[in-house]
Ligand binder design. Structure first.
Ligand code: CP3
Length: 650
């Protein structure tokens, strides 16, 4: 798997590791330009060194925060030069050390010292604060020493102070311009002329220095203009924040803030992102400070619909031949993406779902990041419960919680009449997304199936044995019927409204139907599923999905849906046979596979594609949603392998 820039002009502003990044760009077939834009200059005088050393030796530092590798090395050398290695190392061993990330850890390792706490990716100052909170570090009244670099980060030290810490800083080095600024000047000229395709920023200071030199040369506005025509990639959140503050949008940030990932992932996505950005410019979209939702692909709705209709995903749903196997991933816009977690740290899950523009942004984010063949609107199957007057909470770690479960007839009598408009925010999100989404990519709407939603409403949350649900089903079939009818009718209206708002296909999640015997499914669930599918007023693909459904697949197939989702417990061909070869299937890689290695993932994907062979009508997916903590690199590999391998064997 070799990602290629295909000869695009790629500019990097990296200084210390300039040769390394140049090699990486060349390896990925980019045309590199490296314009070092800064230099680390040791503080001329080190006024803090003796007071820092004294406090360290006296055991007065309760927490030493090391921000950078370079800084850790400078600091160590200064102290060792003055007081000797033995004394310094002993004091370090007796001090609680927090390392911001792998670089200070590596610098400590050279001294045979281990950090007590290491901050997880993306290692920003906000992550340090979060680690302090997560690890329950009590810093109130404690002496905290921060090794700083470049400019002092007041927001960070103020936050430490607000936790009650007694904060001292030691600035080890400052930023300066490189000795030779001609490469930077040349880069500015080239960007200004619109000749650069890809700009890679690996630190915040690069942005500052680039603008400073451009301003000095009277080229700031032409630089900004030229940058509209190029992709802007940032190594991580702090650099992104600086770029945004300076009026640039970031087109790509890797999931892991590493140089190798930045270059490799840009090589993977540059052509399609550049096409998107330049199409936007042609369609009059201002791209210098834009969001994903601002994209306009085409002004003609009819053209858009035709392209979507002929996409690989839609063809596979109709059992038509495709050039490659289309793939999307259930829960593709979830917590396994760092960008998602970052957004979620600022807004609650329900507020996110109810903000159409944010929910559209998240939907589009997954497509940009993963390169999948379908988008699924960001929402949740349980939102419909709120419309019925059932209070809902998503608490951290515990999953969804229903405040007052629906257990008896008076609970049901007190339900609200479903009003389609109560979920307007979902329709708005679909409208916004469909406008900004590449026409080649169909947009899926979705809902929970009546049984699965009922099980949450009755149990009050997730369940293992579904005792309350089954009790109602068996002991009070009339009450069960009422619940299922309410859910079937409201879900039909909900789905029809989603389709009107722009959904190109629909998935119905009956995630927990697998807990039922075939007889119970036939008697208590199937009639409602048939009614639900039949109530959909439009001709478009309907996917139904559940887990643990091996013994229900023949019945799923009679619902009227065009596509049946398979989980990983069933062999894909056996499952398809049960569904019937006159229907399309979706699945079915075990989500846990993604915790292995890229090679293992690729091999497992190939096995599934080989089993399917030449039969049209397979949409690749996982057997259930992608799990939190899944390594993103493995997901990228899965998507690419499915595309490339299926294209090769067909
Ligand atoms: O697939 C997508 O990317 C679209 C979004 C989507 C979500 N939920 C977002 C979500 C979809 C299609 C769903 C469907 C859903 N929701 C199902 C059926 C699919 C399945 O996985 O079986 C079910 C059973 C639910 C109910 C639900 N919502 C549960 C059990 C949980 C908690 C467990 C978990 O994964 O956190 C949720 C919350 C939820 N729904 C999250 C997301 C991204 C996590 C919320 C967070 O950010 O903390």
């Amino acid at each position: 798997m070799e990602y290629s820039f295909n000869g695009l002009n790629v500019t990097s502003f990296e200084s210390r590791r300039s040769q390394e990044i140049e090699k990486l760009i060349r390896y990925h077939k980019g045309n590199p330009r490296v314009a070092p834009s800064m230099r680390e200059l040791p503080e001329a005088e080190s006024p803090d060194i003796s007071s820092f050393s004294k406090q360290l030796f006296d055991g007065n530092i309760d927490l030493l925060i090391l921000m950078t590798g370079v800084g850790t090395r400078f600091l160590s050398n200064l102290v060792i030069d003055e007081f000797g290695r033995g004394r310094y190392l002993e004091a370090l061993r007796n001090t609680n050390i927090l390392a911001r990330g792998p670089k200070p850890v590596a610098a400590l390792r050279e001294l045979n010292i281990k950090a007590d706490i290491t901050v997880p990716e993306p290692n920003t100052w906000r992550d340090i604060l979060k680690t302090i909170e997560d690890e329950n570090l009590d810093i109130e009244g404690k002496n905290v020493f921060v090794q700083e670099y470049g400019v002092s980060n007041k927001k960070f030290t103020d936050s430490l102070k607000s936790l009650g810490a007694n904060v001292k800083t030691i600035t080890i080095y400052k930023w300066a311009l490189p000795e030779d600024i001609n490469p930077l000047r040349d880069a500015i000229k080239s960007i200004s002329k619109g000749k650069e395709d890809c700009l890679l920023f690996t630190s915040s200071q690069q942005v500052v220095n680039l603008l400073k030199i451009a301003a000095e040369d009277g080229l700031e506005s032409s630089l900004r203009n030229g940058a509209k025509n190029a992709l802007i990639a940032s190594i991580g959140p702090t650099t992104t924040e600086t770029l945004n503050d300076k009026g640039f949008s970031v087109d790509y940030e890797p999931n892991s803030p590493k140089m190798g990932n930045l270059v490799r992932e840009m090589a993977r996505s540059a052509s399609s992102l550049l096409n998107k950005k330049r199409t936007a410019l042609n369609n009059g979209v201002s791209t210098d400070n834009w969001k994903r939702v601002d994209m306009i692909w085409t002004k003609s709705v009819a053209d858009r619909k035709e392209v979507t209709y002929n996409s690989e995903f839609m063809k596979a749903c109709r059992l038509e031949k495709t050039d490659y196997t289309p793939i999307w991933i259930m829960r593709q816009a979830g917590r396994f993406l760092r960008e998602y977690r970052e957004l979620r740290s600022k807004v609650s899950f329900l507020d996110l779902c109810k903000n159409p523009s944010l929910s559209a942004e998240v939907t589009l984010m997954a497509v940009d990041r993963l390169g999948v063949d379908a988008a699924i609107i960001f929402s949740d199957i349980l939102l419909i419960l709120e419309s019925l007057g059932i209070g809902l909470e998503f608490s951290k770690g515990d999953g969804p919680q229903i405040k007052k479960p629906v257990r008896n007839s008076s609970d049901i009598d007190s339900l609200k009449e479903f009003e389609t408009e109560s979920l307007e925010f979902v329709y708005d999100a679909l409208k916004i997304t469909r406008k900004a989404l590449d026409p080649k990519i169909p947009l899926l709407g979705f809902a929970g199936a009546p049984f699965t939603v009922a099980s949450y409403a009755i149990e009050g949350g997730g369940s293992k044995n579904y005792i309350n649900t089954k009790k109602m089903m068996y002991k009070d079939p009339e009450l069960w019927k009422t619940v299922m009818e309410i859910l079937t009718d409201s879900t039909s209206k909900y789905l029809n409204a989603q389709i009107k708002a722009g959904a190109d296909a629909i998935q119905i999640f009956d995630s927990w139907a697998g807990c039922l015997s075939p007889d119970d499914y036939s008697k208590y669930v199937l009639p409602y599923m048939k009614k639900l599918v039949n109530n959909i007023e439009h001709d478009l693909p309907i996917i139904i999905f559940g887990t643990g459904t091996n013994s229900l697949l023949e019945l799923f197939s009679t619902t009227g849906a065009n596509v049946v989702g398979l989980d990983w417990r069933v062999d894909i061909v056996d499952g398809w046979e049960k569904v019937g070869f006159d229907k399309a299937i979706q699945g079915n890689l075990d989500p846990a596979t993604l915790f292995s290695t890229p090679k293992y993932v690729a091999d497992e994907a190939k096995k599934i594609i080989d089993k399917v062979g030449n039969r049209p009508g397979h949409i690749f997916n996982l057997g259930h949603g992608v799990l939190p903590n899944t390594p993103v690199d493995n997901v990228l590999r899965l998507v690419d392998e499915v595309h490339e391998y299926s294209n090769k064997v067909r």
